[in-house]
Design a protein around this ligand. Sequence first.
Ligand code: SAH
Ligand code: MG
Length: 209
Amino acid sequence: MSISNIHNFLQAHSIKGFLCHEEGTALYQYAKLAASVGPVLEIGSYCGKSSVYLGTACKEADGVLYSVDHHRGSEEHQYGEEYHDEALYDAANQCMNSFPEFRKTLMLAGLEQSVVPMVTASETLVKHWSGILGMVFVDGGHSPEMSMADCVSWAEHIAVGGFLAIHDIFESPENGGQGPYLGMKAVLDSGRYQLQDRVMSLAILKRVS
Ligand code: SAH
Ligand code: MG
């Protein structure tokens, strides 16, 4: 599937999400490079928008995408919050549940053989993770604590030459929350990563040592 076909697919099926096409295009391009280095992993599947870009790249490179989300929503998705979507709310159990929508997206996109859903919290998984990854995309909880923990803990598992992509980077507090920016800074301060690319609010870091 070409990048314009991905765009058309997302539009035609009104796939919900928080990612613009330029950012998705960059994810697709870097995942294509990374998929031969090792598996790609994302934190924050939601309804599968970023997963379609990353997963299509993995499919084409004969790789795999692990897509991690507890599907209970971030703080801003909870009932009564700014980004709450009542279509994703499980009223009987009074909780968010984006997993059915996510699975539907994978099915429609023909990605069920290339994307492995992992329905769990990132912090639960990373504690037990042992494999080397080609690329990680961090787009889960956006608080400073969560973003820093995700960036720093998953950065350990990426191969030299692989990529760490971080979404929602805002240098200035007027433009958005500082969590992902602080996470990126912590990883760069380790000296093991260099800034490779920047597309809107998406930063791509490359592991150099
Ligand atoms: N990447 C998506 C948007 C992700 S929104 C897109 O392209 O549209 C953020 C997602 O992170 C939510 O679905 C939320 O459930 C998930 N999330 C928040 N905290 C998490 C955590 N600690 N572990 C796993 N997923 C988490
Ligand atoms: Mg985001």
